[in-house]
Design a protein around this ligand. Structure first.
Ligand code: GMT
Length: 374
């Protein structure tokens, strides 16, 4: 198949999933055309079947807000026509599904179906905002197929948007050749001494991720056992996190890594991943850590419960309950054998339910059914 994929190219779960999907599809012989305003962060042109088309924006003084939705729609239409695309697959409803709707209409009577994948904040935060709700609902209803990355997100979407159409749950996935426990732990020494435990957090540091709670949890843990904290990512909450680290006297114990493209080389060095978000529709960072054999302590709000069973691959705790999150982290670290057992359970679960080949086959099946339906 010849597939156009659109996503946000920045650091964020939806862009990562869209990019990894494109790479996996190309490896299976499909022709992939990424269409966005910049090259997606995890994209590599490792295959001749992977192409990138940049959406150029007209910089005209009349436009306080350049109309990206329209530029994207035009680019989608042109790429579809020039490259004979079979379909478009857009990740994150706003504004991508609206652009895809316009591209499909512009190209008629030639057929250009589009699939919309919902990731979370496109529904729970942005889409549910009254200024966006009608157009989000419209573009979801108009999509030729709609998927959500968890059962939780499907239920919220059906309720919030009062949808009458089916929404299929296709969970996120992880590439097990890339995300695996490190073969040697030499690099761990860069961050922690042998007697110290290593905690990790990975996010885009938006308020919903509760990065200050990560620092609070670490502070409690650090008072009980020697430990270090690795913070991967960057975003609006970094400044407050740095200030807290300074105020609590943790400067020598916390490493701010900033944005990283090769997170697979870092996650597996850790003993526990902390993800105390107010809400996660899925929690891709947790899945990637699980594939590396790392147990996770997460907040239970949203769809993380579909990825982790409390007490098996990690722990689920109510959001903002930093004391219990710290207590669960200490339980993993202090009880002999628990970190190893949970890490193994985490990798097993990830490989059983969320390995790339299994999930990619479901997308292929969906594309085929869209192309075969009238
Ligand atoms: O969480 C973010 O801030 C990024 C956001 C995105 O759309 O890029 O992530 C959402 O999609 C990820 C990939 O499907 C999910 O793993 C995240 O749980 C989801 N974020 C939220 O629901 C807050």
């Amino acid at each position: 198949m010849r597939i156009g994929i659109t996503c946000y190219p920045t650091y964020g779960g939806s862009g990562v999933v869209a990019t990894e999907l494109g790479l996996e599809l190309a490896a299976r012989g499909h022709e992939i055309h990424f269409i966005s305003y910049a090259v997606p962060v995890r994209m590599s042109a490792a295959s001749e079947r992977i192409h990138f088309h940049e959406v150029e924006m007209l910089d005209y003084p009349l436009f306080d807000h350049p109309p990206y939705t329209l530029a994207l729609a035009t680019k989608m239409r042109n790429v579809a026509a020039n490259e004979s695309l079979d379909l478009l697959h857009v990740h994150y409803a706003i504004p991508h599904s609206v652009s895809a709707y316009l591209a499909r209409a512009m190209l008629a009577p030639r057929r250009l179906p589009f699939v919309t994948t919902l990731h979370g904040t496109d529904i729970t935060l942005v889409g549910a905002d009254r200024s966006f709700l009608p157009i989000t609902r419209f573009s979801i209803e108009e999509s030729d197929a709609v998927t959500a990355i968890s059962r939780y997100l499907r239920e919220v979407t059906l309720q919030e948007f009062d949808l009458k159409r089916p929404v299929e749950v296709i969970p996120n996935f992880v590439n097990f050749d890339v995300f695996q426990p490190p073969e040697d732990h030499e690099r761990r020494g860069e961050f922690a001494a042998p007697h110290e435990k290593l905690l990790v957090h990975l996010s885009n540091f938006r308020p919903v991720k509760r990065v200050p709670d990560v620092i609070e949890i670490f502070d409690i843990v650090r008072k009980e056992i020697p430990a270090k904290l690795l913070l991967i990512g960057d975003g609006p909450e970094r400044t407050v996190a740095e200030w807290m680290v300074h105020e609590k006297g943790l400067v020598r114990d916390v490493v701010f890594m900033g944005k990283q493209n090769q997170v697979q080389n870092l996650l597996g060095l850790a003993d526990v991943l902390l993800l105390p978000s107010d809400l996660e529709s899925f929690g891709l960072a947790a899945l990637e850590a699980m594939a590396c054999g790392v147990p996770c302590v997460c907040s239970r709000e949203g769809g993380v419960g579909e990825v982790i069973t409390d007490g098996v691959e990690g722990y689920l705790v109510p959001p903002r309950d930093v004391r219990t999150m710290a207590e669960r982290t200490l339980k993993i670290l202090a009880e002999p054998g628990r970190r190893e057992a949970m890490g193994k359970a985490a990798r097993d679960r990830a490989s059983r339910e969320f390995c790339a080949p299994k999930i990619i086959a479901r997308y292929e099946k969906l594309y085929e059914s869209v192309l075969n339906s009238q």
